[in-house]
Design a protein around this ligand. Structure first.
Ligand code: PLP
Length: 399
């Protein structure tokens, strides 16, 4: 049988980097994914907070098909017209002047680290230290793993890239103490995504901005997960009006096409030719995807929609909390998590998957939702029906 064959091939030849269910996905539409057996799944992880417009949206299909017929790749040697148009769109809506395009969030953050070190070399007597947060996630290249404050990364792949120190989130005194003469930048996620959806509070972000500005240190916001409407604003930094010096974007920016970006003001347009680049920087297909997806997010105000739908999900979760051990409901827009003390949420996630619902368990007692920004209200209601059914089956109700 075809479907079993694909599973056998995958299990035999795909390098093992994570534990996966015995399922091979083959098709997606809107909020739904189908496997090779024709089973469908309601998708509340949306390509890992990536498919902003859902699966195979018409605008993305059209943009890619059109661009494939015009120009697939011109080489990084030249500007191309879609790159120019997309850079202008991002600049206009973010307030930044310059954009470096790349393919993954890790690469965008790696780029930010390099830019911060260049700034340190030029303006901070060679300072190269970067302060990041405990529990943060910045990617899987060696430098971004070193930057990440994820405990499980600590013993891996030594020696790490040096120069990174970690301080706890929302602890202003710890940040204040860490930003000394050896530091060129502070890097943080406005809402920690992989860490379990922990927002940095407004007072902390304000303090981070004040401390870095006073000491001529750069403030980098990693908005790979929070950017492009996910948190109910086009960019998460807009919620509290704290403007970073460097902004990194990824995930939702391409709606599923590999695309990421680093943005900065004109004053940080300081790389010397040869110091930064990449074969796929400004790749026309990626630019066309980004232009279509970001254009759609803006045109349809999907940020505002994420805020509304997120509020609906949080309200329903508070309702469920009366009957099940659900607490610490948190998040912004359509990046939402909650804790279930004493419950193995990886098992709960697997039980939901068996019932046709895809959710994420970022921590042993935590569940996270990150559906498409276009998630239908009826999909949200359907998700709660499945979740409730699974909870009733697997957990003793308190009533
Ligand atoms: C996913 C993520 C990254 C890494 O992005 P990749 O595209 O997987 O390299 C970096 N930072 C944050 C906040 C992320 O959520």
């Amino acid at each position: 049988m075809m479907n079993d064959e694909a599973l056998v091939q995958a299990k035999k030849h795909i390098l093992s980097v994570s534990v996966k269910p015995d399922t091979v996905m083959t098709r997606g539409k809107g909020d739904w994914l189908w496997d090779t057996n024709g089973r469908r799944y309601l998708d509340f992880i949306a390509g890992w907070a990536v498919n902003a417009l859902g699966h195979s949206p018409r605008v993305l299909k059209r943009a890619l098909a059109r661009q494939a017929g015009r120009l697939v790749n011109a080489s990084p040697t030249f500007y191309n017209d879609v790159q120019a148009e997309f850079a202008e769109l991002l600049a206009k809506h973010s307030g930044f002047d310059r954009v470096f395009f790349c393919s993954t969030g890790a690469e965008a953050n790696e780029s930010a680290v390099k830019l911060a070190r260049k700034y340190g070399a030029l303006h901070r007597n060679g300072a190269y230290g970067i302060v990041t947060l405990t529990g943060s996630f910045h990617g899987r290249t060696l430098a971004t793993m070193s930057a990440s404050g994820k405990a499980a990364f600590k013993p891996l792949f030594e020696p790490k890239v040096s120069g990174f120190t970690h301080v706890p989130i929302n602890d202003i005194a710890a940040l204040d103490a860490a930003v000394d003469d050896s530091v060129c930048a502070v890097m943080l996620e406005p809402v920690q995504g992989e860490g379990g959806v922990y927002p940095a509070d407004a007072a902390y972000l304000e303090a981070a901005r004040r401390i870095t500005r006073e000491r001529n240190v750069l403030l980098i916001f990693d908005e790979v997960q929070t950017g492009l409407g996910r948190t109910g604003r086009l960019f998460a930094f807009q919620r509290h009006g704290i403007i970073p010096d460097i902004l990194t974007l990824g995930k939702g920016i391409g709606g599923g096409f590999p695309l990421a970006a680093m943005l900065c003001p004109e004053a940080l347009n300081i790389f010397t030719p040869g110091e930064q680049g990449g074969t796929y920087t400004g790749q026309p297909l990626a630019m066309a995807a980004g232009l279509a997806v970001v254009g759609e997010i803006i045109k349809r105000d999907l940020s505002g929609r994420a805020e509304t739908m997120g509020a609906l999900i949080q309200k329903r979760l508070h309702g469920l909390a009366a009957r099940f051990p659900i607490c610490n409901i948190r998040g912004e827009g359509l990046l939402i998590a909650f804790d279930m003390p004493g419950i193995d949420t990886a098992k709960l996630r697997d039980a939901c998957f068996a019932d046709g619902l895809i959710i994420n368990a970022p921590q042993p007692n935590t569940i996270r939702f990150m559906p498409a920004l276009t998630v239908a209200e009826k999909s949200i209601l359907h998700m709660f029906r499945i979740l409730e059914r699974v909870l009733e089956r697997t957990i003793h109700t308190s009533s």
